[in-house]
Design a binder for this molecule. Structure first.
Ligand code: NAP
Length: 484
């Protein structure tokens, strides 16, 4: 299957923090892949900005190395890399200082699409918005891309929204959540709303429960000082898992349009019940294996921050009343694997006898490492010997379907950046969505802080604390095994 590539309009993309980890690992390699795919027009320009003293040649050399390191070898075309690097330039700017803004103003064009990517520490999001305005660089039609985290609670998210709103209207603000840029996540909407098969069954009458797992094998590593003030609830649940939950649970929007989709997502967040203390389990990795202990990675050796969390959520609306949603995410787990699984109820009556009774269908949507979907269906075991049933997966791996080595699937960042240039906000969080998510998250965190709850220890390389299994067993269910 050959995917269609539609070139975007000419643009100037300014990347604040263009020398940082995210820019080198994801943003620039992604832009190179879009260039290689023919999506970038001749006169597209990328301007990096950071404090370091560097010229264009130095920056191009840095990004040449990043492409060599982070782009698949099969996509490294020498002449294409050279042409791509010619589009890059560098301006030295301190987001909070005075120097460099005139040079940036001179480097950007008013007659093309302008986007400013804030790939810097969150404390600089507000100052950057202010400076762009004050220095006369921002215009009525330009866009800003804001990285995560968007606040650390409702009050800080509101304050940031208010600062951005002083200089940009909501239609100009692209709050990025790279989970929404994943092929499978968008496919989830295609599967739900492009087929007749699933939507009639997509409710509490037919769905037993839903599991969302985002498991990482890496620990906190060098991010200890940031993570210790954040934790799995703030770093992953409030944004990424919440967004996945919204797309799974929302009502069909009237059209695939940014506000129609985001209105429906917002309704889901607002319908979430408060989480009771016995409906979540927090964990912290602790073990001697290779010295992998959260407390060794964290800033505070007494830290009570969770590196794992599992929760049971309820959505109080007609569609989902009675269907629990189980979410879990954590670091230093057994596998790096993320999936959403919709577990359908068993058929109401087994005509094949009691031993063949429990045969629910499962739709599993795999987000990483290999994006794809599997539908578990029940069939007769082939051969003689009576009517014995087996479950088989109807499997669709996007890598197999879309490209010889899977490398034709655009990475989440490159897809989202192209959406910014096209002016399509469907896959970006709106300000009210982010605030609603914090309004739900804040009391849960405040509750465990007030109670002084300690996270349960779990072995690095395990599936998390035993108590997370008990959370499921209590309801007569169990977590699915997620594999790499
Ligand atoms: P990083 O590696 O620390 O890079 C920060 C960048 O900001 C550097 O280019 C730095 O260059 C520049 N910078 C720092 N202070 C500045 C100032 N006062 N004025 C102008 N530029 C300044 O950070 P990162 O990991 O790339 O993360 C960037 C943003 O993306 C953060 O908001 C982070 O939370 C978010 N994010 C990152 C990842 C990831 O995988 N890295 C994932 C999700 C979200 P100079 O020191 O030369 O100024």
């Amino acid at each position: 299957m050959v995917s269609r590539v539609i070139p975007v309009d000419p643009f100037d993309l300014v990347i604040f923090g263009g020398t940082g980890d995210l820019a080198r690992r994801k943003i620039l390699p992604g832009l190179y892949r879009r260039f290689l795919a023919g999506q970038m027009p001749e006169d597209a320009r990328i301007i990096a900005a950071a404090r370091s003293d560097m010229d264009d040649a130095g920056y191009r050399a840095m990004i040449g190395e990043a492409i060599a390191e982070f782009v698949a070898k099969s996509k490294q075309d020498k002449s294409a890399i050279k042409k791509f690097l010619e589009r890059l330039s560098y301006v030295a700017i301190d987001a909070t200082g005075e120097g460099g803004w005139d040079a940036l103003k001179a480097a950007t064009r008013k007659d093309v699409t302008q986007a400013f990517y804030f790939s810097v520490a969150p404390s600089l999001f507000g100052p950057l918005a202010e400076r762009l305005h004050e220095k006369g660089i921002a215009c009525e039609t330009c866009r800003i891309v804001v990285e995560k985290p968007f606040g650390r609670d409702l009050a800080s998210a509101k304050a940031l929204n208010a600062t951005l709103a002083q200089h940009f209207h909501e239609g100009q603000i692209y709050r990025i959540d790279h989970y929404l840029g994943k092929e499978t996540v968008q496919n989830l909407m295609a599967v739900r709303f492009g087929n007749m098969l699933f939507e009639p069954l997509w409710n509490a009458q037919y769905v037993d429960h839903i599991q969302i797992t985002v498991a990482e094998t890496v620990g906190v590593g060098g991010r200890g000082s940031y993570y210790d003030k954040s934790g799995a609830m703030r770093d992953m649940v409030q944004n990424h898992l919440m967004q996945l939950l919204c797309l799974i649970a929302m009502e069909p929007p009237s059209q695939f349009d940014p506000d129609a989709v985001r209105d429906e997502k917002l309704k889901v967040i607002r319908a979430l019940d408060p989480v009771e203390p016995d409906e979540f389990v927090r964990g912290q990795y602790e073990g001697d294996k290779d010295g992998q202990s959260y407390k060794a990675d964290a800033e505070d050796a007494q830290s009570l921050t969770e590196s794992f969390i599992a929760l049971r959520l309820h959505i109080s609306n007609w569609r989902w009343k009675g269907t629990p949603f189980y979410l879990r995410t954590g670091k230093r787990l057994k596998a790096r694997a993320s999936e959403i699984a919709v577990i359908f109820k068993d058929p109401p009556h087994s005509i094949f006898g009691p031993q063949e009774a429990r045969r629910g269908n499962i739709l599993a949507i795999k987000l990483q490492p290999n994006e794809g979907m599997t539908l578990r269906v029940t069939i007769k075991e082939p051969g003689p010997g009576g009517m014995r049933l087996v479950e088989v997966p109807l499997d669709m791996s996007f890598a197999d379907a879309l490209g010889p080595d899977g490398s034709d699937i655009p990475d989440a960042y490159e897809r989202l950046i192209m959406d910014v240039i096209r002016g399509n906000q469907t896959l970006f969080m709106r300000g009210d969505e982010v605030e609603a998510a914090w309004a739900w998250t804040d009391p849960v965190i405040a509750g465990w802080e007030e109670r002084g709850e300690r996270p349960y220890p779990y072995e690095p390389g395990s599936t998390g604390p035993e108590e997370a299994q008990i959370l499921m067993h209590r309801d007569g269910r169990r977590w699915r095994e997620v594999k790499e």
